[in-house]
Design a protein around this ligand. Structure first.
Ligand code: F6R
Length: 608
């Protein structure tokens, strides 16, 4: 989603802003631009498409300046065309923006009535024109920005470069993250620590409602009342080297194939096999006192939550509610005293999840966040953070972060089960022993990737595909369908297998492949019955199972199958996540889509 950079520097900022924009590419975007102040004039360059297009344009028409702002845009208001790309400029300033100005329509009307002319359709342009209006009436830049901030509504991060000889960038944060980087003779601004990794590791995170004045040698932060405030300096651990693909064709492929190693690390952090103990990264919180667990997340992280609900209820016998973040706070949820609210997010910045977290926090729930980005808005708002240690995930489609989330959720479930007396020392030892096998079992699955490639070759021709499973594997079916549709653009849906006959079975014919996740567990016979119902209607079933395919559906020459290793019920959904990731990846490769940066998607979804 939109990314912001800014440099108040002593040498030309453009190459360094471009480097920072490349670092923000992983967030997803559809246009990019930079604006600088040079010799008393504002200069700008914008391009639609990848940052490489902006690079080329800058070669043809160079822009330079010691002070500048840059942006990657993920379109919300107005198409991805150059006139809507940021920075937006007037004769007095340039503005870049991440988020949404909710009252832009009424402000735009007011400004048009005053004679302002708008070039594009974005909500951002309203900010540029409103500040310009105040500046034209004689108000200085700082007060013009403060007045504007009081008038705009919504969730946003802004960087504003005013042409007033003060060599200052103004920044504002409401909802969307923004961080200031401190340098020796320069200062910086970025959407996250990753953007600033090659510029500074000495960071000031703006808090909700903060705005700031950044010059070469000073940084002043103000709260929403206009009072100057001191915010702590933190030191980022984010590496300044670019993640690279190694010998892989795509980051997504690399991230799928590195799961055995990454998961071994995460398992090592949360489980001590020798001592047969869970080693949680927090001390002093008594999980036995928790009355109810509410788990909130979006997308793939939400499917991890669904798996966790099965685990927690079955192993720990505690009531668990799971909801998608975009719905949660709007349905007026009922909290219980002593409730634990768990938020799962790889980015730690997802606007809906962050808003739900704040809702639960204000209702007095204890907040536990399960995050990949340890330096994130959610981590700062939480009582406890469980990192998933997946490392940077560059592919927009989440893979290794999902399986790492599952491992951490398994640790939570086992801990809660133990402290509630539902699992004894022997039980803990057994589950830890099983989890320790996960990296080896996933390596076995990955070694057979050619079999999945054959299936992907077949399904890539389909227009619609269904994924079905039962229990924890119904969540993996939904995750498989999400993965496939987001990167191959094949329409796919995931269902609890038993639900099919309540509607979706009407879709079944010889052109609709159905991927059946059928582990040999206590629901195996039920799943097989559902697969038989599909085959009885000419549906093409593809079996992913640890049983021989013939045993599952009685044999069929047209049947495709993938053989899984045997695993216990706790470990099984972690393993079944891997073939559905591979299926999506190879189907995308077969179709020639961009597996790493699929159309319309953003890695860090910072608008509601
Ligand atoms: C899909 C995917 C998304 C994210 C969702 C939430 O592959 O990655 O569905 O899971 O946007 O993002 P986070 O986990 O960052 O809150």
């Amino acid at each position: 989603m939109c990314g912001i950079v800014g440099i108040v520097g002593v040498t030309n900022t453009v190459p360094r802003m471009m480097e920072a924009l490349h670092r923000l590419e992983y967030r997803g975007y559809d246009s990019a631009g930079v604006a600088t102040l040079h010799d008393g004039d504002l200069h700008r360059c914008r391009a639609v498409g990848k940052i490489a297009a902006l690079d080329s344009k800058l070669v043809e028409r160079p822009v330079k300046g010691d002070i500048g702002i840059g942006h990657t845009r993920w379109a919300t208001h107005g198409e991805a065309v150059e006139v809507n790309a940021h920075p937006h400029m007037t004769d007095k300033l340039a503005v870049v923006h991440n988020g949404i100005i909710e009252n832009f329509a009424s402000l735009k009307k007011e400004l048009i009535d005053k004679g302002h002319q708008f070039e594009g359709e974005t909500d951002t342009e309203v900010v540029a024109r409103l500040i310009t209006d105040y500046l034209t009436s004689g108000i200085d830049a700082k007060n013009a920005i403060f007045k504007t901030l009081k008038r705009i509504e919504g969730a946003f991060a802004l960087a504003i470069l005013v042409n007033d000889n003060n060599n200052t960038i103004y920044a504002a944060r409401r909802g969307s993250p923004l961080v200031i980087g401190l340098g020796q003779t320069e200062n910086y601004l970025g959407s996250d620590a990753i953007a600033l990794a090659s510029l500074s590791n000495k960071l000031i995170y703006l808090e909700e409602g903060d705005w700031a004045q950044i010059s070469r040698d000073s940084v002043s932060v103000f709260d929403m009342t206009g009072e100057e405030v001191a915010r702590p300096i933190t030191y980022s651990q984010v590496s300044n080297t670019f993640a690279d693909k190694g010998n892989y064709r795509h980051f997504m492929q690399k991230e799928i194939f590195e799961q055995p190693f990454i998961l071994a690390q995460t398992i090592g952090k949360y489980f001590d096999q020798n001592a047969c103990k869970i080693t949680l990264p927090v001390e002093g919180f008594d999980f036995s006192e928790v009355s109810k667990i509410t788990i909130i997340a979006c997308g793939t992280s939400y499917y991890a939550a669904q798996v966790a609900k099965f685990w927690l209820e079955k192993m720990a016998r505690i009531p668990v509610e799971v909801d998608i973040a975009s719905e949660f706070r709007y349905r007026d949820p009922v909290y219980m005293d002593g409730g634990l609210a768990v938020f799962i997010s790889q980015s730690g910045e997802t606007a809906d999840t962050l808003a739900a977290l704040k809702h639960a926090k204000s209702a007095g729930q204890t907040i536990l966040s399960i995050l990949n980005a340890e330096e994130s808005s959610m981590s700062r708002e939480s009582d406890m953070v469980f990192p998933i240690y997946a490392g940077p995930e560059i592919g927009v489609a989440s893979t290794k972060a999902f399986t790492c989330q599952l491992v951490v959720l398994a640790a939570l479930a086992i801990e809660v089960a133990y402290v509630r007396g539902e699992l004894d020392d022997n039980g803990v030892k057994t589950v830890i022993d099983n989890l320790e096998e996960v990296p080896r079992l996933i390596s076995d699955i990955l070694n057979n990737h050619k079999d999945i490639e054959k299936i992907a070759h077949y399904i890539a021709k389909a227009r619609d595909i269904l994924f079905v499973g039962r229990g924890t594997h119904s969540a993996i079916a939904m995750e498989g369908a999400l993965k496939l549709k987001e990167i191959s653009y094949i329409h796919a849906e995931g269902y609890a297998a038993g639900e099919l006959k309540h509607g979706p079975i009407a879709l079944i014919d010889e052109n609709v492949p159905v991927i059946g996740l059928a582990p040999n567990d206590d629901l195996f016979d039920k799943t097989v019955s559902n697969l038989q119902e599909i085959m009885a209607r000419q549906g093409k079933v593809i079996i992913i199972s640890d049983r021989e395919a013939d045993a599952v559906v009685g044999g069929s020459e047209k049947l495709l199958s993938f053989k899984m290793p045997k695993a216990c019920a706790l470990v099984s959904p972690i393993l079944y996540a891997v073939p559905v990731q591979l299926l999506a990846y190879y189907a995308a490769v077969e179709k020639g889509t961009d597996a790493d940066q699929p159309r319309n998607l953003a890695k860090s979804v910072t608008v509601e």
